[in-house]
Ligand binder design. Sequence first.
Ligand code: GLA
Length: 755
Amino acid sequence: MFGTMRESFTAATAVVVMGLLTVCSHSSLAVAQESSSSNAVVVDGTSFALNGDNVSYRFHVDNSTGDLVSDHFGGSVTGAIPSPQEPDVNGWVGMPGRVRREFPDQGRGDFRIPAIRIRQSEGYTVSDLQYQSHQVIKGKPALLGLPATWGDEQDVTTLVVHLYDNYSSVAADLSYSVFPRYDAIIRSVNVTNQGEGNITIEALASMSVDLPYEELDMVNLRGDWAREANRQRRRVEYGIQGFGSNTGYSSHFHNPFLALVHPSTTESQGEAWGFSLVYTGSFSVDVEKGSQGFTRALLGLNPDRLSWKLGPGEILTSPECVSVYSKDGIGGMSRSFHRLYRNHLIKSRFATQNRPVLLNSWEGVYFDFNQSSIYTMAEDSAALGIQLFVMDDGWFGEKYPRLADNAGLGDWMPNPARFPNGLEPLVEDATNLTVKDSSAKLRFGIWVEPEMVNPNSTLYHEHPDWVLHAGSYPRTERRNQLVLNLALPEVQNFIIDFMTTLLRSADISYVKWDNNRGQHETPSPSNDHAYMLGLYQVFSTLTERFPDVLWEGCASGGGRFDPGMLQYFPQIWTSDNTDGVDRVTIQFGTSLAYPPSAMGAHLSAVPNHQTGRTIPVTFRGHVAMMGGSFGLELNPADLQDDERESMPELLALAEKVNPIVLNGDAYRLRLPEETNWPAMQFISEDGSQAVLFYFQLGPNVNHAAPWVRLQGLDLEANYSVDGNATYSGATLMNMGLQYTFETEYGSKVVFLEKN
Ligand code: GLA
């Protein structure tokens, strides 16, 4: 029997299981919020409706089996919904394999990939998790030890469905949190061993969804070092297609993000379902089109790197997966993620604040500096108008000085040959410099790579057992370094202690936290997740202890650009590739799932150190301004004449666009993989301002100048364009603007003000 109860499901008969009597509204916005959250979770018996402003997610309990069966995930549905036809059971596939399931376990005739695989103490991997009870919670409980979206009871409502396996005494609590204004539904799972024996969790997906549509495309981000976040789109075929990471981290190779879209969906039109796993470790994403035509998508911990033992009474909590739905194409999906992550994921107080224009020393001097030369660099930076100077790699190591990448990691004391009196004199002098054209003082930032150690270090000689290793197998090195095992409390404490000492030793207001290799030999597959729990504990301790520090994440560029990092780090270095043209693709790709406010983007020297290409300084600057944290990555002493001349104007422009990039809505108007004229537009939160970034990548020979049509404006309002002509929103969106570029690597930044 499937879904007989849903026939009677109407808003009128529904029991709304949350206290709506809370008096909270003073403003009309609060009233609107309350009204959209008041029916965020509606329960009728054992039928459940999760409602966003433009999304409905429905499922029910099958009375005969106790299974959770999905009814709908997509555009809003209201009132009663039709019951699906009961499938005929012919052939090998059993009933569970013929329906859309919320949390598929293994065995019982569903041959598709399960969301959970439990190896019971007896050795078999069958389970039977049945509905037991549910509860509705106002707001959203924290996720123990893991990063998670947060909000108060006006923002979010949570439904917890308790499942229980009578044969094995295993409980699974599925948690669904709805942020109605973001059309976002967030899911995680708690598995508890309530039995007597030990069990092993071999697979655990945070999200699993069966969509009924036969034709779907999947979109994801792939890449490698220095070429992150390339958009990949392909048709979902029968069978399993997926990707993931087994590197211990989210990695450059694949991002923990998936979109499912109709084949006709574009950037601005059509249905898109976006999924984003709030996790920094090894993960897997599987999409399976089964024999019955449903498409199952699973996102969660990577089963190859799990094998998690649960003794009696022990609990495993999955990371959470954010799902959003949009009918406004892939762009609409991205904007939901951006808004949610800016307002309900990033905890830093800098999340929506203007970021200081910074200069990072790495590409300018690499390892080659001392106290006096780095001070000169800071001095030159302040004289240019830079607000924050960042000393990158190369400042530490006592007995094993960090003069190259083969020594010093782990020994976090200033190199005495370079800094005879420690860091304080340099930081004091640098922070006494006045920033050009302002009364502000230069701020000082520093680079660290706390999770790593060079064998050439005192730390490694003292604690060889602190690194990840597998018995007596060789400890293979990458970039001459090994990985500290963050699963060990003594390693966590070591990092917390040295970082605390460092940050208290001088006036350091920014930290770039790097991580430059993947995990090779580990003591066991489950160490991957244990490492992450340790890492998150370190991150939360330090970011709570130093809330005024601006923390930037980095992992050889964008090797850990994921929602888990964003919880603690309001910005992440997007890529080690600073070539202006390559950056267009990388930043547009990254914006599929992540707010541009979170991207670190720097203007670097030419010829570019990664690609050898020479691109005009304005193009390089304009591309970098599309990131929330704009900066320079060069030695000011080496600036070429044209660069020096352009700098005041570029820095002023960067400051002007920064608030719109940080808090505005982003529209990818034209994609670099599809056109010679990619364009991105941002609209300020209140809609009063917009900025258009428009590029010409290659030369344009004997071809009409292109038009670009804007999006998201108010059709009826008038906008002045760069303070010159005024056009209506309708004209700007339906007809557009036309610009000519003189050469390849042409760029324009256009301001629109609503009249
Ligand atoms: C990584 C980072 C770079 C730089 C170097 C320093 O590659 O991504 O930005 O900090 O390490 O070694």
